[in-house]
Design a protein around this ligand. Structure first.
Ligand code: ACM
Length: 268
């Protein structure tokens, strides 16, 4: 199958323009599974909780999820992308996964970064893996990579491919993903955004470099730092199902949870 990372510069608050651009980039690609950046419909640098609420949408009834379902159906593909989710009086930094047959599921970001903690509620549904019939897909969002538990738990739950919508501002993730993928023998699609958002004296620069990483830690494709582009890689998903390291070692069978007390005892 072909998997891809869609990289572009969302414009803050310009939801219709962002949806239009995302849609046209999706339609130009020939990938079977595409990932869009974190908060691709709204932009990132919110200045108040009210603003974040006003730009957030219900999942799956909001217009962003509906647009993704529509284009997924037309193109016969799977798409994951990040949006601000409204749920009652709470909002989450979420991502949805959609298929040619419609909405599959969502993920609510567990590890919030910087001022996201002021706008969003921390994810309350943990990590989930979805079986598309062709591959098993897990989702994490941006800063989740910093916590190795995120990809470990998704991998233990059977994910072959980690969809990773991102708005990266630090330079470490792409190199770290080589290790994350190697230590779990999974594929990852890190779809980052580009550009600088400056709002009310706050400014963040997003670093591009969207990357598809293989189960051997190899980089299958990497985008430029400023470019609008969709990186696509042809993969054999079976490569993610072999957890053998060598004749003696297996990534999962050799784990020693009994020695990881602090990790498994501390609760959410
Ligand atoms: C991030 O989590 N947006 C860095």
């Amino acid at each position: 199958m072909k998997i891809g990372a869609v990289q572009f510069e969302p414009l803050f608050g310009e939801v219709d323009k962002n949806l239009g651009l995302a849609r046209s980039l999706i339609m130009k690609s020939d990938a079977d599974l595409l990932v869009l950046p974190e908060l691709f419909n709204t932009g990132y640098v919110f200045t108040s909780k009210e603003e974040a609420i006003s730009l957030s949408e219900e999942i799956p009834h909001g217009k962003t999820t509906r647009m993704l379902c529509d284009v997924a159906k037309k193109e016969g593909i799977f798409i994951a992308g990040g949006i601000a989710e409204k749920s009652g009086n709470r909002i989450f930094n979420s991502a949805v996964l959609v298929s040619p047959d419609g909405y599959i599921g969502r993920y609510r970001k567990v590890h919030l970064f910087l001022e996201e903690k002021l706008w969003f509620d921390p994810g309350d549904e943990g990590f989930r893996v979805y079986d598309t019939g062709v591959c098993k897909v897990g989702i994490m969002i941006c800063f989740d990579w910093f916590f190795p538990e995120s990809m470990r738990v998704l991998s233990l739950m059977g994910a072959d491919i980690i969809c990773h919508p991102a708005n990266l501002v630090m330079p470490f993730c792409q190199d770290a993903m080589k290790t994350r993928c190697l230590e779990n023998h999974v594929f990852a699609i890190t779809a980052n955004r580009t550009g600088t958002e400056s709002r009310e004296g706050k400014s963040l620069h997003f670093t591009g470099g969207s990357q598809i990483t293989g189960p051997d830690g190899g980089v299958l494709c990497r985008a430029g730092e400023d470019s609008e582009e969709t990186g696509v890689a042809e993969i054999d998903v079976k490569a993610a199902r072999d957890k053998k390291v060598n004749f003696y070692n297996n990534l999962f069978a050799d784990r020693r949870p009994g020695c990881y007390g602090e990790l498994v005892v501390k609760s959410l």
